[in-house]
Design a protein around this ligand. Structure first.
Ligand SMILES: [Zn+2]
Length: 359
């Protein structure tokens, strides 16, 4: 009588371990792409087919938060065998027709200027305050509208952070900037609601701080404001049986330092750190370094990492292959390429071949 029980145990164990193996070997390949409502269904089918034929499994689509356009694209992509993620620009909402009716929803710099009409770096930097009830509820409402769309895998948050206090080093010359310290025109959000909420907890005004760059309460307040939006977005996505994912900065300390984003503390299913080595004058092995750091920081959480690879920053297909392998070997569950338009025929051939070599 003992033997069959034992056999059953081994049988169950082997089924379990097979399932587990299957899960760990299915390394995912994704691509970020921005939709254009004017493009025809046939053009989209062609684009999605091209990705699928090149070994891509998933598309992260920016519809500029248009659930109707998303509804149109989901069946076209799924027909070609691709999974779809609804990519939304979360706190940075350029040309948001609803938000633009409310100038007080926008973030305010340490200089006291609102990015409603005084935008840092570029005209599309139009950031909403994560603390003010109305602006955060607006963002969460948009998340919910996307989460309701049938057939998507996740709502994918982008720009879920503050404006860059420090720009990536390789971008500084483009803006003719030197950023050796935190500069007040790039430091946000000093709006009345943020100051009020901070004072309630800490009994001091950040505008009167001797040096905000070493005021940890002020920093932590802002990290927590973003975390609170993410955690609420996660509840909303899960309510509609969708996952929550996000495009984030390379690894948590770096994200914290540059854009006040501490993603290892978030309630979120998967993150897509943009490990764009060329933005930071780094080499390909840094893709592995940053992936590994993020994986280690998430060790105790269920959150998984997909390494974001910047296609224009690669010199050749050999580097593309190396970047994919760096991500895989350092614990990512997949890679995502920025962006779909940048992928050449030869890139797609390399992706397909590299994918086949992983099996
Ligand atoms: Zn604010």
């Amino acid at each position: 009588m003992k033997l069959p029980k034992l056999l059953l145990f081994f049988l169950a164990f082997s089924i379990f371990s097979c399932a587990k193996k299957e899960e760990t070997t299915s390394f995912k390949f994704a691509v970020w792409t921005t939709a254009d409502a004017k493009k025809s269904d046939a053009d989209y089918t062609k684009e999605f087919k091209k990705y699928k034929d090149g070994g891509i499994d998933e598309v992260l689509i920016n519809t500029t938060t248009d659930p109707k356009l998303l509804k149109r694209l989901v069946p076209l992509a799924t027909k070609e065998g691709l999974k779809v993620h609804a990519w939304i620009m979360a706190m940075n909402r350029p040309n948001d027709s609803v938000a633009l009716q409310h100038p007080d929803w926008y973030q305010v710099s340490k200089e006291g200027k609102s990015c409603f009409d005084n935008r840092p770096y570029v005209d599309y930097y139009q950031w909403l305050c994560p603390t003010r009830k109305e602006s955060r509820e607006h963002v969460l409402h948009l998340v919910e509208e996307l989460a309701k769309v049938e057939g998507i895998e996740s709502v994918h948050l982008d720009y879920i952070r503050f404006p860059d206090i420090f720009l990536p080093i390789s971008l500084l010359p483009k803006y003719n900037l030197v950023q050796d310290v935190e500069l007040p025109q790039f430091d946000f959000c000093y709006c009345d609601e943020c100051v009020k909420a901070f004072e309630k907890i800490h009994h001091k005004n950040p505008k009167e701080s001797h040096n905000t760059s070493i005021d940890m309460e002020w920093k932590n307040f802002r990290l927590n404001a973003i975390k609170a939006v993410v955690d609420d977005a996660c509840k909303i996505a899960h309510k509609h049986n969708k996952q929550l994912t996000a495009a984030v900065f390379p690894y948590p300390e770096m994200a914290d330092h540059m854009v006040l984003q501490r993603w290892d503390k978030w309630n979120i299913d998967e993150v897509y750190p943009m490990i764009y080595h060329s933005f930071y004058n780094e080499e390909i092995d840094w893709v592995g370094y940053a992936t590994k750091q993020g994986v280690a920081d998430l060790e105790d959480k269920k959150t998984k990492i997909n390494t974001g690879i910047y296609i224009p920053g690669l010199k050749n297909d050999k580097e593309l292959k190396q970047a994919i392998l760096e991500a895989k070997e350092n614990g990512a569950v997949g890679v995502s390429f920025f962006d779909g338009n940048a992928l050449s025929e030869s890139n797609l051939k390399t992706i397909k071949e590299t994918k086949a070599s992983l099996k």
